[in-house]
Design a binder for this molecule. Sequence first.
Ligand SMILES: Cc1cc2nc3c(=O)[nH]c(=O)nc-3n(C[C@H](O)[C@H](O)[C@H](O)COP(=O)(O)OP(=O)(O)OC[C@H]3O[C@@H](n4cnc5c(N)ncnc54)[C@H](O)[C@@H]3O)c2cc1C
Length: 357
Amino acid sequence: MNALAAPSPRWPLRLARRAVSPALFDFWATRVNPLWTLEQPLARLVSRSAESRDAVTLVFRPNRHWAGLRAGQHVSLGVTIGGRRLVRSYSPTPLADGTLAITVKAITGGLVSTYLANEAAIGEVVSLDKAFGDMTVTSASENLLLLAAGSGITPMRALLRDLAERGMPVDVDLFYWARQQDELCFVDELKALAAAHPRLRVHFHLTREAAQPGVRVDAVSFDAVSALAERRVLACGPGGFVEAARVRLADTVARFDAEAFSLPAITGDDNAGEVEVHLARSGRTLTLPRSKSLLEGLEAQGVRPAHGCRMGICNSCACERQSGSTRHILTGDRSSEPSTQVRLCISAPRTDLILDL
Ligand SMILES: Cc1cc2nc3c(=O)[nH]c(=O)nc-3n(C[C@H](O)[C@H](O)[C@H](O)COP(=O)(O)OP(=O)(O)OC[C@H]3O[C@@H](n4cnc5c(N)ncnc54)[C@H](O)[C@@H]3O)c2cc1C
């Protein structure tokens, strides 16, 4: 059994489940041991080390409610900062001893990333939600082209370690972009993997290196990648990078999967001005900008809707739009159907709205 898990036998837990709510149980149990909960996966920070100029690797040991994850998946991690609980997605590398290595790049002005990178102390406990995501590799027959920019390297690193453990059964080319050399993560590890596995090739591209600025994904040459048309592409990074990769490759390769770590800017006619958003349950009416997601707009007004990935993947923020029109930030699609579920994190308001919140 995990040394940090609650040592109690099963029947008191069953009794506890019937007698009290998980929240009440957790409230009291975590006062005895910060990792004791009825159901909620929690993890304790056990080590931290610098990974690059602005990224830190944090190693967490989860409690016994953590169900594990497949390489390439991500998890919603919750921290409390200044009394406020904030949740963001991270792509851990599962380590052999059951811990999780999470590499966090500090984003200027970013609440959670700067806290984790600069302040989170050894012993601090964070919440984890169930892992999810389709950036996984189960087939041993699809040759891969991995594209990563910035912190988009994290799921790729997990995938490459997993593939290496399986003997690198497919051809893999990793293209990894950063602005400058000292922003690259895992350089020695990636080079060592490539040296040990001839089927893996790693290509670094530095876009702001004064001596020889690298070429971005929209113009880079893929001539070195054999049989490009038969490859499965996995792309990960900021929204603009993923979109450029999609435009460049989606129609020319066997399969294109991508995960954006940030939303693209909301552009076009729809983004100017403000609308009135009525929250049916609380009875509040707020004025929100059309240039932000509903989630960001509501948070800026002090409303804290449930949410997870903030990228339209996990559905935790889905809520009924009773009337009005919204725009899907990733696809640009407009939707006005009444009584429809919308994901607050990837929907921007177009007209006045009524939400079931
Ligand atoms: C599926 C998934 C997996 C992720 N895995 C990782 C990971 O392993 N490591 C990691 O460091 N990050 C990862 N992220 C990004 C992470 O969830 C946060 O978005 C990031 O840490 C910034 O959070 P914040 O609270 O500091 O910024 P916020 O306070 O939420 O935002 C501050 C500003 O930064 C912008 N921003 C947010 N994220 C990024 C970004 N990645 N690049 C550029 N600008 C950004 C926002 O648009 C906003 O303007 C992942 C995101 C997703 C959706």
